[in-house]
Design a binder for this molecule. Structure first.
Ligand code: SAM
Length: 228
């Protein structure tokens, strides 16, 4: 059986017990721990992963972080199919981390893929050039300030199915005419008071950006007086 089919099969076997918010983190003989998850484990199908990586033009210069990485399929696919230089999965459930590491080993990508057992709200992901998410609207919304503040302008966020409220996506694709995949591009940080000083004029304005589209943009030669 093809390696990808093998791990899809294993994913579907572990899916059923994971439809509650609080889950038995480790099954089988391992001692049980209880982990409070913000989102249950539901794997993204390969066709949707391909669409997520495509909409964000993921490639060899990228460092991809999957926030809530489940069995690791998104970081693993990003390395295997798109040649990213590094991919990291952040996952709270230790049982999923075990699966993900095993899947990375099977696909022979352990040199470029790693998994961090931790909470997406606490683990540092500012090195990412792309973050991928299959979470919930409200979880995306709670992550939004970190994506906007910690990622550099031009970096991308991609979400399978779930939105970011008033942050209008820069692009969207419908996978198989039913599942949306959204792309957001982190805007430049231009909010604040800008001032222009020259022999002939002195002017200032306050720029308040509304995510991707700033309502007023600084002109060449202006300096930031105060950023918000
Ligand atoms: C819907 S699954 C998506 C898995 C994978 N990203 C995919 O698309 O196939 C969400 C994952 O997020 C994990 N998760 C939930 N809350 C989390 C949190 N606060 N920090 C890290 N991972 C979390 C769950 O254990 C689950 O594996």
């Amino acid at each position: 059986m093809h390696t990808f089919q093998r791990y899809l099969l294993r994913a579907s076997l572990v899916l059923l017990p994971f439809l509650a918010g609080t889950l038995p983190a480790v099954s089988g003989e391992a001692p049980q721990q209880w982990v409070k998850l913000d989102v249950p484990y539901v794997p993204t199908p390969p066709v949707t992963i391909a669409a997520m990586l495509e909409i964000a033009s993921v490639g060899p210069n990228d460092i991809l972080y999957d926030l809530g990485s489940g069995d690791g399929r998104i970081p693993i696919t990003a390395v295997r199919d798109r040649g990213v230089k590094k991919a990291v999965g952040i996952e709270l459930n230790p049982a999923r981390i075990v699966d993900a590491k095993e899947n990375a080993r099977i696909v022979c990508v352990t040199d470029k893929v790693s998994f961090i057992e931790g909470d997406v709200f606490k683990v540092d992901f500012k090195a990412a050039t792309v973050v991928t998410m299959y979470l919930f609207d409200n979880v995306n919304l709670r992550l939004r300030p970190r994506i906007l503040d910690e990622l550099k302008p031009g970096m991308r966020g991609v979400s399978h199915q779930f939105h970011m409220s008033s942050w209008t996506p820069d692009d969207k694709v419908m996978v198989q005419n039913k599942v949306p995949v959204y792309l957001w591009i982190v805007p430049a940080k231009v909010d604040g008071v800008w001032e222009e000083k020259s022999a002939i004029r002195r002017s200032s304005f306050t720029s308040v950006s509304h995510f991707s589209s700033s309502l007023a943009r600084p002109r060449r030669g202006m300096r930031a007086v105060r950023s918000s």
